[in-house]
Design a protein around this ligand. Structure first.
Ligand code: FAD
Length: 398
């Protein structure tokens, strides 16, 4: 019977709940909003399947990475604008659906909670587009993936490295028609903090949220903002250092405990492809000028991954890149755990005791005044072309 003695040992992938033959494991949120398995001991027959399936308890031995890397961008400018980096992931999804396959990825539901879903038509793929910096709910999804595979359909699963690892252990065997993409993952923030954030923002702006974009590019890829729109036409546009949600994410105060000792931060990844932000294309491809629209860095780990990459050749531009250099400068989080914030427990305790999110952020991770001023003047700096100049200076004049 699976027991989580330390929260650092459970990534919340749901594989144990999915494999239990008697359905006696449910995933329940703790006081921080992260799900963990809870077992109904009166039903459990001690078959041990849950222990055997856990991807954290049963880490795969390290292998030598393939060391193939590319920097890619979707040819469709709208897709690039609405994607986190270069929109390469959208091209992969499209290729699978075009062949009659299905894609599993993360979407917002009608209340803007982040959930995994299955999509099999090109029109709906835009729902996957863009990173949602919240742990997505994968309950029941692994069984759905298995069903699609067993029915013979090509199936692409996109998720955090731990979700992909959980899925693979759940399936328990290789499927030729299964493709997986993970991303370099800083960590996953708490769904409870995300709920509090939405409520805080809706109260502040006086209307329900109608759209969310965690990495909106109206000031360019390098100055992306988390942009929310509200039913009354108002708009919130904050940068990663001033926004309550993004600041608590990047300061690692709202993130899942297991992310800070992640079992899957390694160069040999669990997936066929790994995607992440390419922050400085000129470092790897000197002939290309950085136009601040974003490029996706892609690592290839298998022949299936290489094939998927080839299948989108007419929909993307791609440059071969140095694997080690790309990881060193853009994919640091593939290898290095972010340190957990020393005030994390106090932050969650305050939230559970009724302190509002705004106050908790102010107390434990206050936003610097200089950052606030910069955030407020960003639009003007952008309009005057000063923001672009600042970015150029920061990038070493390129
Ligand atoms: C929680 C999180 C942390 C990340 N941390 C880093 C990092 O530290 N460094 C880095 O370089 N890149 C990180 N990324 C990846 C990065 O944000 C982009 O997803 C990546 O650059 C691919 O961009 P794209 O334009 O090709 O695709 P996008 O349009 O961004 O597509 C992203 C795909 O990811 C899936 N997805 C989105 N949100 C989630 C979620 N919450 N859970 C599971 N799947 C999801 C969607 O289904 C979609 O198919 C992170 C992403 C997430 C969701």
């Amino acid at each position: 019977m699976i027991t989580v003695t330390s929260k650092k040992d459970c990534c919340g992938c749901t594989a144990c709940a999915g494999v239990c033959p008697l359905g006696c494991i449910t995933m329940q949120a703790d006081s921080e909003g992260f799900v963990y398995p809870v077992i109904d001991a009166s039903k459990c027959i001690n078959c041990g399947k849950c222990d055997k399936i856990c991807p954290v308890q049963n880490r795969e031995p390290e292998t030598t990475p393939r060391k193939t890397a590319y920097i890619m961008r979707n040819n469709d400018a709208d897709i690039v604008r609405n994607s986190t980096s270069g929109g390469a992931t959208s091209a992969f999804c499209e290729a699978v659906v075009k062949e009659g396959g299905v894609v599993f990825g993360a979407v917002y539901d009608e209340s803007f909670r982040v959930m995994h879903r299955c999509i099999d038509n090109a029109e709906q793929l835009e729902l996957f587009r863009g990173s949602k910096y919240v742990q997505s709910n994968t309950e029941g999804i692994f069984a759905e993936v298995k069903k699609q595979l067993e029915s013979g359909r090509k199936t692409l699963f996109i998720g955090t490295p731990c979700q992909v690892a959980g899925l693979k252990r759940y399936l328990g065997r290789d499927y030729d028609r299964l493709l997986t993409i993970d991303f370099v993952c800083h960590a996953v923030p708490s769904p409870m903090v995300w709920d509090l954030y939405r409520k805080t923002m809706e109260k502040k702006f006086g209307a329900p949220i109608t759209s969310v974009n965690f990495r909106e590019k109206s000031f360019g890829y390098h100055s992306s903002t988390i942009t929310l729109t509200f039913a009354n036409g108002k708009k919130s546009q904050e940068n990663t250092l001033t926004d309550l949600m993004m600041k608590s994410f990047f300061d690692s105060i709202s993130t899942r405990p297991s992310c800070h000792e992640c079992a899957f931060r390694r160069a040999d990844r669990v997936s066929d492809l790994t995607v992440f932000d390419c922050w400085n294309i000129t470092r790897y491809v000197p002939s290309v000028k950085d136009d601040d629209k974003g490029y996706t860095a892609v690592l290839v780990h298998s022949d299936k991954g290489e094939e998927l990459l080839k299948s989108v050749a007419d929909k993307t531009v791609s440059y071969s890149a140095d694997f080690d250099l790309l990881l060193q400068y853009c994919g640091v989080m593939a290898l290095k755990n972010p340190p957990i914030h020393p005030q994390r427990d106090a932050f969650f305790e305050a939230l559970n005791n009724g302190t509002g999110l705004e106050q908790a952020v102010k107390t434990y991770i206050p936003v610097k005044l200089s950052r606030k001023v910069f955030g407020k003047t960003k639009r003007t700096l952008h309009r005057l072309g000063i923001l672009k100049l600042m970015k150029r200076i920061k990038a070493g004049g390129k």
